[in-house]
Write a protein that binds this ligand. Structure first.
Ligand code: SAM
Length: 292
């Protein structure tokens, strides 16, 4: 809702898995535009793919296992010279055809059981694990799809909307805490409170926000959100980001006027908490990219 999705938007969801918001965006988008979902955790993004297929929502979506800090691909087909012309299509044999799963469900289930969940490294190229028929991928060559464009070109060919629903400590997520009944309370330390992980989270959050903003076209909107209540992962991150990015401007979230939430420490940012909103804790900020 904060992103104000409109018909024809090309949307980037930089921390997409397991995909609740991605599915909602696809639903709002209807039969135009596209959604690119990126996540560093293969097993979580695979769950997102399953959901897209189960609910037949993935027609305009493509999913990449990749590090959102370095992901650099613009919407498929939006670069002026990246779409092959008709005569090219007949000659090229390595074009993407309609997506089919190369592995059976049984094989994928076996692979899931075979080892601990893997995260991709920053230097690994993005791995396309799903694309829908109208995602812009069908008909492209690998070269077209993986073409890296300059920051200048991104200004006009980047995404209209970007969501950075960043990795965080989840301390605001009451529902998440309840999951420890199932996971075992002994795992709370490792999953939520591990100092090594939490100490560096704000660096990751700022890097994800910075890269998401880089991939936004001029005039587009980016929403940064977390399910943490800490200032360090919310207001501090966006203040640092604004200091480093002169073309970023905080935007009003019109819908927030009717939301049961309260303003954050920084004007135009919003906080939800169990007392005020009777929801889990959540922080939302919206930026636009100025042409400077
Ligand atoms: C709060 S969850 C996203 C929830 C998702 N937006 C939804 O609505 O279902 C944060 C996600 O960020 C992913 N993540 C962590 N580090 C990342 C990175 N460097 N690049 C991309 N994704 C990352 C995690 O794997 C996790 O799935």
């Amino acid at each position: 809702m904060a992103l104000n999705i409109s018909a024809g938007d090309h949307v980037l969801d930089l921390c997409a898995a397991p995909g609740a918001k991605l599915c909602m965006i696809l639903d709002l988008l209807g039969d135009s535009g596209s959604v690119t979902g990126v996540d560093v955790a293969r097993h979580r993004l695979a769950a997102c793919r399953t959901m897209l297929q189960k609910y037949s929502l993935g027609d305009r979506c493509r999913l990449f296992v990749a590090d959102g800090v370095t992901f650099s691909l613009i919407p498929a087909g939006s670069c002026s010279d990246s779409k092959p012309c008709e005569s090219d299509l007949t000659e090229k044999v390595d074009i993407f055809k309609e997506w089919t799963s190369r592995r059976t469900w049984k094989e994928r289930k076996k692979a899931r059981k075979s080892g601990p969940p893997q995260l991709v490294s920053r230097s690994q190229p993005p791995e396309l694990i799903y694309y829908g028929r109208h995602s812009g991928v069908v008909g492209l060559t690998k070269e077209d799809l993986y073409k890296i464009v300059s920051d200048r070109e991104i200004m006009s060919s980047g995404y209209n909307k970007v969501l950075v629903d960043a990795e965080c400590t989840h301390d605001g997520s009451v529902k998440h805490i309840q999951k420890f009944e199932h996971w075992g309370w002994k795992t709370l330390q490792r999953r939520v409170l591990d100092a090594e992980r939490t100490d560096n989270l704000h660096v990751l959050q700022l890097s994800l926000l910075t890269n998401g903003f880089r991939l936004l076209k001029v005039g587009g909107s980016l929403v940064y959100s977390t399910c943490s209540l800490t200032v360090a992962q919310n207001e501090d991150v966006i203040e640092q980001f604004l200091k480093e990015n002169a073309s970023a401007e905080l935007q009003e979230i019109d819908a927030a006027r009717s939301w049961p939430c309260k303003g954050g420490r920084v004007e135009k940012t919003w906080r939800f908490d169990p007392l005020t909103s009777q929801t889990s804790g959540l922080f939302v900020a919206k930026f636009t990219k100025l042409a400077i």
